[in-house]
Design a protein around this ligand. Structure first.
Ligand SMILES: [Zn+2]
Length: 419
């Protein structure tokens, strides 16, 4: 019996039908793998070449997919590659960081069309931060020339403790921010303001998502991303998927205890990694040493104003052999590596990717000490198997990742509307 295209389409409309599931699976693969070919789709889905041809044609007819060129091939004719159609919609990604807010606009495939960066001004209080964030998103939509009806979703990363399913910032364990950011319904606030689907995610997981799709994690199904900025966090990818844990808070690497008699962390524990090795801790150590009279190039870089000291200045000074900066960075990296050796023993990851302001400040300083300490402290087999890499993504990675996360919801909506 010849199955006509209209019959296939009717079958595909039933979400329980096999053809709906096959078609949705193919669309997700096209979204997840840029420039995938029909041959590769057939391999990954175990569907016949004829079935893939029919499904892809349906998706093209419905305006969701386009033929985007030719894949490279060593022999013979190059297979045609497939992608989501760029103009099916645009997305906004936001990284609401402790110090900086980054907003990007991307097409549905994650290609950057606009970006902006500004100070968050957390010290001005939650309400002002929220109203400024809304204004920044409106500005990004206007300045990027995105027509109102082309905006399909907004993803936002926040460095607090997040309940993704409820879209809540549960808390923000930073000095002075704990009470203001308790149970803030950030996702719903955005949906009310912009009238499109929104998603709230932990900022480190948003950055790791960018790493998975646009960075060194592309093509890897298992890796751990470690981020060191004003906080410290990690995101774990297992079998190609972000592992959140049953309660949704997996990856709180910064609150591992590395010195049980160490200083009090804002989470209430003593001697957490974050209180000893985050950029905030590093800046504080350098500042207090300079205040006590230790000579350092950082004083000159900060033009004498010790409140202006940044991690970038400390990284720059360390690269110019400033001994105070070098020593403080080395101590921080040593704490990070000690905690990572436990992670390596526990999870046996094959790739660790490092990102965040610390690693951007002086990437060439960190890989060797990290490798050395992990080799000294982790079990030989796991230590030998793990590869360490420094991210090459820029500071907009968190916003890009937040945009990529909402794209998964948006693509599903567009598919359901089109069927
Ligand atoms: Zn802590």
């Amino acid at each position: 019996m010849v199955i006509t295209r209209s019959l296939q389409r009717a079958q595909a409309q039933n979400p329980e039908s096999k053809s709906f599931k096959n078609e949705w699976n193919v669309l997700q693969l096209i979204h997840a793998n840029r420039n995938i070919s029909r041959i590769e789709l057939s391999k990954q889905t175990c569907l016949s070449a004829a079935s893939i041809t029919a499904i892809v044609q349906n998706l093209i007819d419905r305006g969701l997919v386009v033929e985007s060129g030719h894949n490279s091939s060593a022999l013979g004719r190059k297979p045609v590659s497939l992608s989501l159609r760029d103009d099916v919609g645009f997305l906004v990604g936001v990284d609401l960081g402790s110090f900086h807010t980054r907003v990007v606009v991307t097409n549905i495939r994650g290609a950057l069309v606009y970006k902006q960066e500004s100070e968050t001004g957390m010290q001005d209080g939650r309400d002002l931060v929220l109203s400024r964030t809304m204004k920044k998103i409106h500005k990004a939509i206007d300045d990027s020339g995105t027509p109102k009806n082309a905006l399909k979703g907004i993803g936002i990363g926040h460095s607090g403790v997040i309940d993704v399913s409820k879209g809540l910032v549960l808390s923000f364990p930073r000095p002075g921010q704990m009470t203001e950011w308790k149970n803030v319904p950030l996702r719903d606030l955005l949906e009310r303001e912009f009238g499109v689907p929104c998603l709230l995610e932990d900022s480190v997981r948003a950055i790791a998502t960018a790493e998975k799709h646009f960075g060194l994690g592309a093509g890897l199904s298992d890796f751990i991303y470690v981020d060191v900025g004003m906080g410290i966090g990690a995101a774990i990818f297992l079998d190609g998927k972000l592992y959140r844990g049953p309660g949704g808070s997996a990856g709180e690497f910064g609150h591992m205890t590395v010195d049980e008699h160490g200083p009090l962390c804002c989470c209430g524990n003593y001697g957490c990694l974050e209180i000893l090795a985050s950029c905030g801790a590093i800046i504080q150590s350098v500042r207090s040493a300079i205040e006590k009279g230790v000579d350092s190039k950082v004083r000159e870089l900060a033009q004498g104003d010790l409140n202006r000291i940044s991690i970038e200045m400390i990284g720059k000074a360390a690269l110019q052999n400033d001994s105070l900066s070098f020593r403080v960075l080395h101590e921080a990296v040593s704490h990070i590596a000690v905690a990572l050796a436990d992670v390596v023993n526990l999870l046996n990851p094959h790739v660790l990717i490092f990102g965040g302001a610390l690693f951007r400040s002086a990437p060439e300083l960190f890989l060797e000490p990290l490798k050395r300490t992990i080799k000294q402290r982790a079990l030989e087999k796991s230590a030998n198997e793990v590869q360490l890499k420094i991210s090459t993504l820029g500071s907009e990675a968190g916003a890009l990742g937040a945009g990529r996360l909402i794209s998964e919801i948006v693509v599903e909506r567009l598919y359901r509307i089109a069927t």
